[in-house]
Design a protein around this ligand. Structure first.
Ligand code: SF4
Length: 343
C-alpha cells in the first residue's frame, strides 16, 4: 500500500464511520499520524477519553501497547485496536510479573506496611498486581500526590518500573537518599542487604525509559545554557535526578505543554523529551524558540505509520488488531487505575 492509498482509506473510513470511530494519537507520534487523530494527549488522558466518548464503538490507539491495554481496561464495552502489536515499550517490559512477585515476597518479609505503586507505563499484569495488593497506578503528572496517598496508608512504597521517576518523586518529597533503594531483578535478593531493605521507605524497580535515560545528561543542559544565555530548560521526569537538577524544572508531557504556553514571545526553551512532541510544539508556537535538548525518538512509537493505520481501519470489527485483556487481569488492573482516578 502506498502512502497515498493509505491516506485515501483513512479519509474514507473516517467519513463512513463518523462518530462511531475515534483515533487517538499520543504526543510522541509522528506528524503524519497525528494529522488523522481525533484527540492528541498523553497515555492516561487518551485512555480516559476512550471511555468518555459514548458514540464511538471503535477506538484506534496510535501509541504503544500498554496504552491501548489501559484504554481497553477503562472502556471494556468498546473495541480498542492498535495498528501494530509490536509497538511495545522497553520500560514496561522491564518489570516482568514473575520477577515482581518474587521481589514482593522478599520485600514484605522484611516488614509489612508496603504499598505497591506502578507507573502507568507498565503492563496490565503489573497494574493488576498492584490492584490485588491494595496498590495504585500513577502518572508522571500525579506521582507526588500518589506517593502521598500511599504514605498515608503504609510506611513504605514499592515503585515500578521507572527508577528515575520514582527517585525524582521521592527526592521532591524530601526523602533522604539512604532511604531510597534500588531493586535489581537480575541480582540475588535484588542486590540489597536486609538492613538496606529494612530502612528503605522507597524501593525502586531497576527500570528506565531508553528515550529519556541515559540519553539526556546534565552536560547537555549545561552546554545548551552556556551557548544560549536566557534559555530555560524543562525535562521529563523519566530523566535522571542529576539532569532534572541541572535543568531546574521537570514535568509530564502535559506540564511541558503548559510551560510552553506560559513562555512569553521571544522566550527560549529547551525541552528534554521525545523529539516529535518537541518539534510539533516548536512549529505550533513560532513566537518562542523551542529546541530539543537532544533529538531523540522513540522507536516503538515510530512503528505506527499511516499505512498501518489504514490497514487497521480495514480490519475494524474483526479481531486481527483488537487489544483484549484477560477478565481477571482487567478487573484487578481497573481497581488500581480507579484508585488513582479517585485521588
Ligand atoms: S518514550 Fe519511553 S516510556 Fe514512552 S513508549 Fe517509548 S520507551 Fe516506552
Amino acid at each position: 500500500m502506498t502512502k497515498e492509498e493509505a491516506r485515501s482509506i483513512i479519509i474514507e473510513k473516517k467519513q463512513e464511520l463518523g462518530k462511531r470511530l475515534i483515533i487517538l494519537g499520543h504526543h510522541y507520534q509522528s506528524d503524519e499520524v497525528i494529522a488523522y487523530a481525533d484527540y492528541v494527549g498523553d497515555s492516561l488522558e487518551l485512555a480516559r477519553k476512550a471511555s468518555q466518548v459514548e458514540e464511538a464503538g471503535h477506538i484506534v490507539f496510535c501509541g504503544v501497547f500498554f496504552m491501548a491495554e489501559s484504554a481497553a481496561i477503562l472502556a471494556p464495552e468498546k473495541s480498542v485496536y492498535i495498528p501494530d502489536f509490536s509497538a511495545g515499550c522497553p520500560l514496561a517490559d522491564m518489570a516482568e510479573p514473575g520477577d515482581v512477585q518474587k521481589a514482593w515476597e522478599i520485600i514484605t518479609e522484611e516488614g509489612p506496611g508496603v504499598v505497591p505503586v506502578t507507573y502507568v507505563n507498565s503492563s496490565a499484569r503489573i497494574k493488576a498486581f498492584c490492584g490485588r495488593h491494595g496498590g495504585i497506578v500513577c502518572t508522571s503528572g500525579n506521582a507526588r500526590r500518589i506517593f502521598e496517598w500511599a504514605f498515608d496508608r503504609a510506611d513504605r512504597i514499592f515503585f515500578m518500573p521507572d527508577m528515575n521517576l520514582g527517585r525524582n518523586t521521592a527526592r521532591q518529597m524530601g526523602i533522604p537518599g539512604e532511604q531510597i533503594v534500588l531493586w535489581d531483578p537480575e541480582k540475588e535478593h535484588g542486590g540489597l542487604g536486609s538492613d538496606e531493605l529494612a530502612r528503605a521507605r522507597v524501593v525502586l524497580w531497576k527500570g528506565w525509559c531508553p528515550v529519556h535515560w541515559p540519553k539526556f545528561t546534565p552536560e547537555d543542559v549545561r552546554t545548551l545554557k552556556e551557548k544560549q544565555p536566557g534559555l530555560e530548560v524543562i525535562v521529563h521526569p523519566e530523566s535522571d535526578p542529576q539532569t532534572v537538577e541541572a535543568s531546574g524544572r521537570s514535568g509530564s508531557t502535559a506540564r511541558i505543554l503548559e510551560v510552553v504556553k506560559a513562555t512569553p514571545p521571544g522566550g527560549k526553551l529547551a525541552i528534554g523529551t521525545e523529539a516529535n512532541m518537541v518539534k510539533r510544539a516548536a512549529r505550533e508556537n513560532p513566537s518562542i524558540q523551542i529546541v530539543p535538548l537532544r533529538e531523540v525518538y522513540c522507536d516503538d512509537m515510530a512503528r505506527i505509520t499511516v499505512e498501518k493505520l489504514a490497514r487497521v481501519l480495514l480490519h475494524l470489527g474483526d479481531d486481527t488488531f483488537r487489544v483484549t485483556v484477560e477478565p481477571d487481569v482487567a478487573r484487578d488492573a481497573l481497581s488500581a487505575l480507579e484508585r488513582m482516578l479517585r485521588v
